[in-house]
Design a protein around this ligand. Structure first.
Ligand SMILES: [Zn+2]
Length: 232
């Protein structure tokens, strides 16, 4: 009975609020949340150095992957903005699933086995999380985890202890200074010896991810890999 009621309820809500793609407005099929196939496959430009160069990466980082090139003022920026400020957490999950599918297909993380690897969405400071209501990186990680089978580290294992200023207009040096000592591994036993996949929305200069990397190195983790939806 409950199932029937749920079915009727979801049918009614689909009639009243048909699901449409957050970018092009086309209607979506049942298994799509916010992005249609065409937009998720053809709308954006693949990041130039998607299998980024080992150069300029800290020693413990075996690689970095960004799916799309950030398009200032474009559809992707709009989408990431919706995820961050309009609480469309489903967009984050969709993006995470697309990331996971791509990485699986292109066999990018084959050397990271499921048992020894954990996903770490870049933590937000608790004040910022309270203000925003959620951490957008967590929802990307959730979609990604659903496809890749790695577990996400429990909340609180790695924390953001410094409430940093928005870095958008900073130079690289200013970014580094701003983000220095921003993270802390609160439960070392959860990460020691584990491989870590850091997940975030955009990779810009790497200042944030690399600061997190140095904290993880101090906590004696294994290999580290950085995955982002976009690259600026
Ligand atoms: Zn679309």
């Amino acid at each position: 009975m409950a199932q029937v009621i749920n079915y009727i309820r979801s049918s009614i809500s689909e009639l009243m609020f048909p699901k449409v793609c957050a970018i092009c407005g086309f209607s979506l099929s049942k298994n799509q949340n916010f992005l249609c196939n065409d937009c998720s496959q053809n709308r954006f430009e693949r990041a130039v150095s998607s299998r980024a160069d080992k150069i300029n990466l800290p020693e413990s980082v075996t690689g970095r992957f960004a799916l799309w090139q950030f398009d200032k003022g474009g559809y992707l920026q709009d989408l990431l903005h919706k995820l961050k400020y309009h609480r469309l957490t489903g967009v984050g999950e969709d993006l995470g699933s697309i990331l996971g599918n791509t990485i699986k297909k292109e066999q990018i993380l084959n050397s990271f086995n499921v048992e020894e690897t954990k996903i770490l969405p870049v933590p937000l400071h608790r004040k910022k999380r309270k203000l925003r209501g959620f951490n957008q990186a967590f929802f990307i990680a959730k979609g990604f985890s659903g496809k890749m089978e790695y577990d996400i580290l429990k909340k609180g294992v790695v924390e953001r202890i410094k409430n940093t200023k928005t870095q958008t207009r900073f130079t690289l040096n200013k970014r580094r200074e701003n983000i220095a000592k921003a993270f802390s591994v609160a439960q070392k036993e959860e990460v020691v010896g584990k491989n870590i996949i850091i997940i975030d929305d955009v990779f810009t200069t790497g200042a944030t991810a690399f600061e997190l990397v140095s904290e993880l190195e101090n906590a004696d983790v294994g290999k580290i890999f950085i995955v982002t939806v976009a690259q600026a």
